[in-house]
Design a protein around this ligand. Structure first.
Ligand SMILES: [Zn+2]
Length: 266
């Protein structure tokens, strides 16, 4: 089977790894086939057929053919749109890398969903227009958790469904999100943390704003303190950590940037 569109499949590169002397294994997220891995023959020796498109921050047209087994063959790529000028902003690159790593780990292989590409492109647009934003990253995390079938419960207790979540709420990633005071006694798994009303309100605000660009507004919302933002971030990271089951390299890099005093610690 070859690509139905002669210009190639619209998609983004999630990661690349060397294969043999001259080939690359490229992990892509494509509009029509979702996440897949493809061999790009000769791509380490010559980038001619790939026109510099096998990198982060490029929306490409990938000429793909199904190979034997799970690996596809990537014959060439053209650039459809690119945001590579962001490459000079180390924080922007860290945020873009994190989104790519989330797609590579949270989204199941070969299950196409048009929302995934739009979401990543929306994050890149938001980075290009207004720079890195913790609120935008939270929107990406929530959207990808949702697309993977793991949207955290924020409006009602994940265990009993009670909607009046007030003081005493915990966030329990293995039970699916916010847990009311009565059910909290049954929470004993990993990653459980208290979730005070302001941190919960922050997560609800991000969920309601939906797009990365819109979610930037929580960065400067006077209702939320830095510790509310941190608590909300840590709740989502606990959920992602439980699902992924290993440390995300891009996230460790973002934490290092934060520790080194760079702006916009997520
Ligand atoms: Zn409950």
């Amino acid at each position: 089977m070859t690509s139905p569109d002669p210009r190639g499949e619209l998609g983004i590169v999630l990661k690349t790894a060397p294969l043999r002397e001259s080939d690359l294994i490229v992990t892509l997220y494509t509009e029509s086939h979702g996440r897949l891995s493809a061999v790009a023959r000769g791509a380490r020796r010559s980038q001619r057929r790939f026109a510099g498109a096998l990198q982060l921050l490029v929306l490409g047209r990938h000429r793909l053919a199904r190979g034997r087994g799970e690996l596809w063959t990537l014959d060439g790529t053209d650039i459809e749109r690119e945001w590579t000028r962001l490459a000079t902003d180390v924080v922007a690159v860290a945020h873009a890398s994190y989104a790519a790593e989330l797609v590579a780990t949270l989204v199941p292989p070969e299950v196409p969903d048009p929302e995934v590409l739009s979401l990543v492109v929306a994050l890149w647009d938001s980075l290009a227009e207004a720079g890195p934003s913790p609120g935008a990253l939270r929107a990406v995390e929530l959207a990808l958790l949702d697309l993977g079938g793991h949207r955290p419960a924020l409006d009602a207790c994940a265990a009993c469904g009670r909607a009046d979540l007030e003081a005493g709420v915990v966030f329990d990633p293995s039970r699916g999100g916010a847990i009311c005071r009565s059910c909290a006694a049954g929470s004993r798994g990993p990653g459980i943390r208290p979730l005070d009303p302001a941190a919960l309100a922050y997560l609800r605000a991000v969920a309601a704003l939906a797009t990365p660009a819109a979610a930037r507004s929580v960065d400067t919302d006077p209702r939320f303190t830095p510790s509310d933002r941190t608590a909300a971030r840590d709740a989502l990271l606990a959920m992602i950590g439980l699902l992924v089951g290993k440390p995300l390299r891009s996230l460790e890099f973002i934490a290092k940037l934060g520790a080194a005093g760079r702006r916009d610690e997520p």
